[in-house]
Design a protein around this ligand. Structure first.
Ligand SMILES: [Zn+2]
Length: 220
């Protein structure tokens, strides 16, 4: 997503740009301003500031404001949120999909971390793919004698299964966009020796998942 400068913004001095940033902070009664807050309340787009000062954080610094809280988010948290959004939407999320209703973090937060939305998605896929490696499985602490993998399905595996199956129940075909609640499920129950690996995982809707529990009362 590209935002171009309006021609007259080129004429603004650094101090005028920072004044606008401080004005938004005062208006919000905050010691810091997030990119989203700025874009909502300011006279020009955050990109103008970020370009002039090198980054959003450098602009905050130059304005004498605190850096915004999202700085402390880990990549892991950002990726886990993407899994949730992906499940809700039933498809790969687009920049404009990250609204308050679907996502805990804004698209601006991802851009800030990964430079572009595209790169954020690439990093997400790379992160998920690491979940398929045997190294990841052996790193897990919770292993039992009969299993080489833990019972818990981690976020990376959830992401991988989601990307493979789509947000669609593999038994009845219902999709997330039709309002179905979807789960990642062990095909062969873990309690019966099934492993927590991609090949033994599938997307199921809530109804089919319960139905399966009735067939296999001891399943995970
Ligand atoms: Zn189903």
């Amino acid at each position: 997503m590209q935002f171009e400068l309006e021609p007259h913004h080129r004429d603004l001095t650094n101090e005028q740009l920072l004044d606008e940033l401080r004005r938004v902070a005062v208006f919000l009664k905050r010691s810091t301003v997030t990119i989203d807050q700025f874009n909502e309340h300011a006279k020009f787009h955050s990109t103008t500031l970020a370009r002039r000062f090198g980054s959003w954080f450098k602009a905050l610094e130059a304005a004498g404001l605190e850096k915004s809280r999202n700085l402390h988010l880990t990549n892991e948290q950002l990726f886990e949120n993407l899994v949730t959004v992906w499940l809700k939407l039933g498809r790969q999320p687009k920049y404009q999909d990250l609204t308050k209703n679907t996502s805990s973090f804004s698209a601006g937060t991802y851009e800030k971390r990964f430079a572009t939305w595209r790169r954020a998605l690439e990093a997400f896929v790379a992160w998920a793919n690491e979940g398929a490696s045997p190294e990841m499985a052996s790193k897990s602490v919770i292993q039992s004698q009969n299993h080489r993998t833990p019972r818990n399905i981690n976020w990376r595996l959830r992401a991988l299964v989601l990307m493979r199956d789509g947000a669609r129940c593999q038994l009845c075909g219902v999709e997330a966009r039709n309002g179905a609640t979807l789960h990642v499920d062990h095909i062969r129950p873990w309690s019966e020796g099934g492993e927590t690996v991609c090949e033994n995982l599938q997307i199921l809707c809530h109804v089919c998942n319960i139905g399966k529990s009735n067939l296999f009362p001891s399943k995970t």
